[in-house]
Ligand binder design. Sequence first.
Ligand SMILES: Nc1ncnc2c1ncn2[C@@H]1O[C@H](COP(=O)(O)OP(=O)(O)OP(=O)(O)O)[C@@H](O)[C@H]1O
Length: 345
Amino acid sequence: MTPALRARTEGLVTAELTVAAGEVVAVVGPNGAGKSTLLRALAGLPGPARAAVAIDGRPVGHLPPHARRVGYVPQDGALFPHLTAARNVAYGLRGRGGSRAEARRTAHDWLARLGLADLAGRRPGQLSGGQQQRVALARALAAEPRLLLLDEPLAALDVETRAAVRHTLRSHLGPYDGACLIVTHDPVDALSLAGRMLVVEDGAIAQDAPAAEVTRAPRSAWVARMLGLNAYEGVADGTGIRIRDGGHTLSTAEPVPAGPVLATVHPDHVTLHRERPEGSARNTWPGTVAEVTGTGTRLRVTVRGRGGPDVVAEVTAAAAAELGVGEGLPVWVGVKATGVGVTAL
Ligand SMILES: Nc1ncnc2c1ncn2[C@@H]1O[C@H](COP(=O)(O)OP(=O)(O)OP(=O)(O)O)[C@@H](O)[C@H]1O
């Protein structure tokens, strides 16, 4: 089947990308990695990268952005402040032909679908951040794009609005049959909205795989940490892994073929102790508690390692209370060899 999107970019971001119709791809990566640049290049907007793009098999490089059937929602939504919500959405229909009355009807229809029927006459300044975001989404979707590009659509929202807009987005992306790319920094957004993750680092694709595979075997320390794991780049030497930063060694349960690797440790697999632990943990080292975060029944404890790497442990509130965990507390860290995940790089 013809993919909805086939693209090759050059310049600040070099990437080759094929996205199937109906596929939602989360674009993740550190600040400044080139995620927005990638989206802008795909949309045909000016920037430090250019893209050769085919949509539904048809090259669109010669077409201006509005004629490409691309819906692009930048980080700030970019609504026109002097136009009402309805006219903002109708504006997105420009270039599709049809009468103004039709455009108005379609705009109202989309605003209603996104729960904004009553607010159609308001200007962006009279709407909350979440409402503005939904108007921007309505404007993009109303034009029935074959490629939908969303740059951090939920980033500016507070936690509650975020959950509501995420839900709206999910319900509209489900039946959407074009290609969709969503830039996000949030693992919840990435995993709940997208089936595939594109990890961008330093202007190149570090990993492009189903989300489940990226969570199971992340290929970059950045994405592993985004997913909440401890991550260490290093070199396997047959018996263990020598970590690049600090030169410490982690023992693994199985011998790992020699070569560069990414070692990951789930915070659940890290135990904290007052004394050096006896028993089954093959990896033990001392450290000092640097930070305690989280609330409720589980806490995340960051330990600065001495003789071993820095590590985050997730412990129950009860265990934390028993240890007397607090910043500055000297502790021993334990990680079983079976708790060390390894991805060859
Ligand atoms: N027009 C431009 N000319 C030259 N460099 C640019 C231009 N626009 C952006 N950059 C630089 O390109 C790099 C990538 O920027 P980009 O906004 O694509 O990153 P990003 O991954 O989206 O980051 P963030 O997560 O912070 O939004 C940055 O270092 C940025 O300063």
